[in-house]
Design a protein around this ligand. Structure first.
Ligand SMILES: Cc1ncc(COP(=O)(O)O)c(C=O)c1O
Length: 400
């Protein structure tokens, strides 16, 4: 058994990042400035987007997307229940009503049929989450959007870099938000990027800095003016040059980092593909996953082999399968392997459950998946030895 703990998703940083950040610290300019502009240009070019806006989080990008689209009280926004709460919280922030729907059994991305069934005359947008970095069924979702006059807003927190039909997620011109949180494929510690058409990005840019029009950052530089104008009550959502310096270095070696992620995914497939106690994540024809996560699901074989004790319900809303999963996670931890669970579906969180009278049975796919899901470590820092340790621990923990 492994003697040291293998963390689930540590950031992959080298001296280059330290030097780039130090340079900014020494430059006398810490907030939004030239590095952020450079990062925005480089990111937009990388994904093929007309424009990009550096932000302090993906959540900020999602919120700004809804504000710019003019979504507010009386409007409904359809969201998958299998996501991080941020996707849905921003709908509440603009005063609209989130309408949760179930996900596809294979990808755990929003189910287009469930979206179509949930559309009402009040539906204004669909929040599409590319779960784990696997793109959602954009063809079907775009078609629904067109037919019903409904906007598509992409939560691409996990999906950099990912492709749909050869095109990068973020290239579509639709508002698309990326996360650079510490565990993401590219990190700036905390941070995010919003891509979209030039007009959306310009409106979001003003809103991201108090609603000040023009590129407000340079009013403190030697060629800036003291004067500024607030055109709307905006937010404080801007990225800083410290974050952008980190992001630029990470972008420069994205290919190297992604190569390793794909190798890790391939290794797990090769070494766990014959294990009937687990179901592995898919990569469907025509798309390229970012492999941000490697979420496996325990099957009924795991339950037969390792039945839960009768009083094993530790987490509310978890059935016997959830107890098997929880014990599996404990077993992996005992074997020094860090894991996580993505996600506790939104309909199970007390706020949403109570406010919208939601029941676990309303979302059978997400509810069932939640009880079986475990995300295995996947990041560029994993060595071959680490991967053998994970596989050995998974197989060992599933032995009766
Ligand atoms: C699906 C999803 N959406 C949105 C977010 C929010 O990202 P951020 O922390 O950058 O605001 C996360 C964070 O992990 C996420 O997983």
């Amino acid at each position: 058994m492994r003697s040291t703990f293998l963390p689930f998703a540590p950031p992959f940083l080298r001296d280059e990042e330290v030097e780039a950040v130090t340079e900014v610290l020494r430059s006398g300019w810490l907030s939004r400035g030239p590095r952020t502009q450079e990062f925005e240009r480089a990111f937009a070019e990388h994904v093929g987007s007309p424009a990009a806006l550096g932000l302090n989080s993906c959540t900020a990008g999602l919120h700004l997307s809804l504000v710019v689209l003019g979504i507010g009280p009386g409007d409904e926004v359809i969201c998958p229940t299998m996501t991080f709460a941020a996707t849905v919280n921003v709908v509440e922030h603009v005063g609209a009503t989130p309408v949760l729907v179930d996900v596809c059994p294979d990808t755990l991305c929003i189910d287009p049929e469930a979206v179509e069934a949930a559309i009402t005359p009040r539906t204004r947008a669909v929040m599409v989450v590319h779960y784990g970095g696997h793109p959602a069924d954009m063809g079907a979702l775009q078609d629904i959007g067109r037919r019903h006059g409904v906007q598509i807003v992409e939560d691409a927190a996990h999906a950099f870099p990912a492709k749909v039909g050869g095109e990068m997620v973020g290239a579509s011109g639709r508002p698309t938000s990326f996360s650079f949180y510490a565990t993401k494929n590219l990190t700036t510690g905390e941070g995010g990027m919003l891509t979209g058409d030039a007009e959306t990005i310009e409106r979001a840019r003003a809103l991201s800095l108090h609603g000040i029009v023009g590129d407000a950052w340079d009013r403190h530089s030697d060629n800036g003016r003291w004067s500024y104008r607030v055109a709307a009550p905006g937010f404080k959502y801007n990225m800083t040059d410290v974050q952008a310096a980190l992001g630029l270095v990470q972008l420069g070696r994205l290919d190297e980092m992604q190569r390793r992620r794909r190798e890790v995914a391939r290794f797990y497939r090769e070494h766990l593909g014959d294990e009937p106690a687990v179901l592995l994540p898919v990569e469907k024809e025509g798309v390229e996953s970012s492999w941000h996560l490697f979420p496996i699901r325990l099957t009924d074989v795991a339950r037969e082999r390792c039945p839960p004790p009768p009083d094993a319900h530790r987490t509310p809303d978890l059935g016997p399968m959830g107890a098997v999963r929880d014990r599996f996670i404990d077993e992996l931890r005992r074997r020094n392997i860090g894991t996580s669970v993505h996600y506790i579906p939104v309909h199970l969180h007390p706020y949403y459950r109570e406010r919208y009278a939601l029941e676990p049975g309303m979302f059978p796919v997400a509810q069932d998946a939640f009880q079986r899901l475990v995300s295995l470590p996947i990041h560029p820092g994993l060595t071959d030895e680490d991967l053998h340790d994970v596989v050995e621990a998974v197989r060992g923990a599933l032995r009766p």
